[in-house]
Ligand binder design. Structure first.
Ligand SMILES: NC(=O)c1ccc[n+]([C@@H]2O[C@H](COP(=O)([O-])OP(=O)(O)OC[C@H]3O[C@@H](n4cnc5c(N)ncnc54)[C@H](OP(=O)(O)O)[C@@H]3O)[C@@H](O)[C@H]2O)c1
Length: 299
């Protein structure tokens, strides 16, 4: 253990970082240094039990990040837009980590990036939780940090929360409101991302300097609905909602998510084949739902 190279994992108490920390610990190729703002959190203590070193690291505190990255070989970096809903703040945090990684000479950073949709669409679409990550991706590469960006498809886990089927008010069926028209949307369980990232850390020569789109599979809204119907034994239909109607639903990120789906309809590059090569156990949506029926028991 003592002579294993250290990978610092941001967001280790959360979904992405937690998945990455667990996969790295299981593979035993690297030692894991898990970062959190609160080292007493149950998720942090659970990682410690699995063999991780848990240290304090706050993306709003450069000194803590510098101390946490010192001596590390590499880092997995994820920032959480949804904690503050600010593109500027997410860019500021990402660039600070990039500068620190450069200064300390890290050998491989895997950054959870996404496309700069605003730029790619010539300003027509605005998806701040993508746009800021796109800006940070470019910054990492522009200052010469050896970095791989992983651009995740939508989590399958979203279908247990934000995109859970709704009971139709006027019938004995449920509807799935995903403004994708007939275009397939890529998805992946965030729990399966860790093994992909672990494989990327094992092949730096293949992946440094690249952006890799991750997806378990791409299904149309009707196909997602069909999986629900089959697994739940209840009829779930595509609500056939348009992005225009979706953005009027009135919840805080409705406009942003409508623009995200408009962007998804342009089919950004998510590589199903490569994802399966990097994690042969990556689950299909059908497998994912059948393993998570407990979260849908109130339907
Ligand atoms: N949902 C999707 O479909 C999807 C798809 C692609 C990308 N994403 C992106 O994924 C990101 C969220 O990742 P997640 O799902 O893993 O989130 P999560 O489960 O909510 O976890 C958030 C993590 O971020 C850490 N964190 C937050 N603020 C921090 C700070 N100031 N300093 C240090 N650590 C901080 C938290 O650690 P502590 O609280 O322990 O400090 C926690 O571990 C978002 O930016 C989103 O855009 C989501």
């Amino acid at each position: 253990m003592a002579n294993r190279k250290v990978i610092a994992v941001f967001g280790a108490t959360g979904s992405q970082g937690g998945s990455v920390a667990k996969a790295l610990l299981e593979s035993k190729h690297f030692a894991v240094r898990a970062l959190t703002r609160d080292v007493t959190r149950p998720n942090a203590l659970a990682l410690q039990k699995l063999g991780a070193e848990v240290v304090k690291g706050d993306l709003n505190d450069k000194a803590s990040v510098e101390a946490a990255l010192k001596g590390a070989y590499g880092a997995f970096v994820v920032t959480n837009f949804w904690e503050h809903f600010s593109k500027d703040k997410e860019v500021c945090q990402g660039k600070m980590v990039a500068d620190t990684a450069k200064h300390l000479g890290l050998k491989h950073v895997v950054y959870s990036g996404l496309e700069n949709v605003e730029r790619l669409s010539g300003g027509k679409l605005k998806v701040p939780h993508f746009d800021g990550k796109g800006e940070v991706e470019e910054y990492f590469w522009s200052i010469g940090v050896p970095m791989t960006s992983v651009r995740l498809a939508a989590y399958f886990e979203n279908f247990l929360t934000t995109w859970k089927p709704w009971k139709a008010p006027d019938g004995d069926f449920y509807t799935l409101a995903l403004p994708m028209g007939d275009v397939p949307m890529d998805g992946i369980s965030v729990a399966d991302v860790g093994a992909v990232v672990s494989s990327i850390f094992n092949s730096p020569e293949e992946f440094i300097g690249k952006a890799v789109g991750l997806s378990a599979e791409a299904l149309t809204t009707q196909q997602y609905a069909d999986v629900f119907s089959k697994s739940l034994g209840k009829e779930v239909r595509d609500a056939k909602i348009t992005p225009e109607a979706y953005e009027k639903l009135g919840f805080p990120a409705a406009k942003e998510l409508a623009d995200m789906c408009r962007f998804y309809q342009m089919k950004p590059d998510r590589d199903v084949k490569l994802t399966h090569r990097l994690n042969p156990k990556v689950r299909s949506f059908s497998q994912f739902i059948s393993e998570n029926l407990g979260a849908l028991k109130d339907l």
